[in-house]
Design a protein around this ligand. Structure first.
Ligand SMILES: Cc1cc2nc3c(=O)[nH]c(=O)nc-3n(C[C@H](O)[C@H](O)[C@H](O)COP(=O)(O)OP(=O)(O)OC[C@H]3O[C@@H](n4cnc5c(N)ncnc54)[C@H](O)[C@@H]3O)c2cc1C
Length: 318
């Protein structure tokens, strides 16, 4: 680990001022479960000059409440609180389940929902210590996974030739639940929060901080669910995960870990909308979800898993 300056701001405004002072050469730290690894292993091309510790303002940004027809979750709320919240479990089941299925109890106690949606991708070339692979995602000119090890990578092609996937568990639930991400500058629909131009990244400016997640309270009768396929049952990033919400016969379905941003499965939605939720219709929607898939040499198996995840998420909304 190299040296960096460390700040404990007393307010969100002070945190933003610090980000502006370092003009793109600093990061905010929430739970640190992702960020500290990137620092320790010196992954990034440019080592940050400063870390702005958001935990010093955590009490004001760690809450779960319903207000004004929506669920509001402070960005610094630990994932475990989201998973265990009675409000979230009762009306926003997909989100509670996604938080519950993230990592391990320790990581969920430390990791926050804001950090979960802002985490960097898990591609092993990107994550190789000491910036050994100067890949496209880091500003280089090659995606090593393209011709190399790509068994966990995108099955929906590449953006600017980076085929790493978005690994977040809560992200697809937030897209399916039609959430909004509130920041220090604006409100962004969850669906538009990840950046197509910079794979594995968000649309946040360098001096912008996520402050709150807002989820509209679903209409009565709405059902939502989250399912996740992993290699190890104890703790693992998703091979594929999927969240679905069905309200009055209309579905919102989002896959993750299949593309470099959460992938709204609109073809699956069209296939199930207005139909009875049964095995045959859910299976047809699963097949529709992977229309246009472009698997790599080693990840064709993910297509079948994506189909099954969509089918299971839909059936879980019955
Ligand atoms: C062993 C292991 C297993 C894991 N398993 C999973 C898993 O199964 N599923 C999964 O989804 N994730 C997993 N993770 C990834 C990660 O730990 C979690 O996603 C966690 O929620 C990240 O939250 P954090 O608060 O610790 O983020 P941090 O590490 O503090 O931050 C992560 C990134 O987000 C930025 N950031 C944090 N908060 C904000 C904010 N409010 N506004 C703007 N930017 C912000 C930081 O600058 C940093 O770039 C795993 C991590 C580890 C180490």
């Amino acid at each position: 680990m190299r040296k960096f300056k460390h700040y404990n701001p007393k307010s969100i405004d002070e945190a933003v001022e610090k980000l502006q002072e370092f003009d793109g050469k600093s990061f905010v730290n929430a739970g640190g479960t992702d960020l500290l690894g990137t620092l320790r292993f010196e992954l990034l091309e440019e080592y940050p000059e400063a870390i702005i510790n958001l935990k010093s303002i955590a009490p004001s940004l760690a809450y779960i409440k319903e207000e004004g027809g929506m669920l509001k979750i402070g960005a610094l709320t630990p994932l475990e609180d989201v998973a265990k919240s009675d409000i979230v479990k009762s009306k926003y089941a997909a989100l509670a389940e996604a938080a519950h299925k993230t990592a391990s109890p320790h990581l969920r106690e430390t990791g926050t929902i804001g950090g979960n949606i802002c985490q960097m991708n898990r591609c092993w070339y990107f994550r190789k210590g000491h910036n050994r692979f100067d890949c496209i995602r880091k500003g280089g000119n090659m995606c090593f996974a393209m011709a190399g090890e790509n068994r966990f990578h995108s099955i929906f092609g590449a953006v600017k030739a980076c085929i790493a996937v978005n690994p977040s568990d809560t992200a697809p639930a937030l897209v399916a639940l039609n959430a909004t991400i509130k920041t220090t500058k604006r409100e962004i629909a969850a669906e538009d929060f990840w950046d197509v131009a910079i794979p594995g990244s968000t649309v946040l400016d360098n001096d912008e901080i996520v402050t709150e997640i807002q989820v509209p309270t679903p209409a009565s009768g709405a059902k939502s669910a989250f399912v996740k396929f992993i290699m190890r049952s104890s703790i693992d990033f998703p091979i594929v995960n999927c969240a679905a919400m069905i309200v009055n016969g209309e579905a919102r379905i989002c896959l993750n870990a299949v593309h470099n941003m959460p992938y709204r499965a609109t073809k699956a939605e069209e296939a199930i909308n207005g139909k009875t939720i049964d095995e045959a219709n859910a299976e047809a929607a699963g097949a529709a979800a992977v229309t246009g898939a472009l698997p790599m040499a080693h990840n064709k198996y993910k297509i079948q898993i994506a189909k099954a995840m969509v089918k299971r998420a839909i059936l879980a909304c019955k």
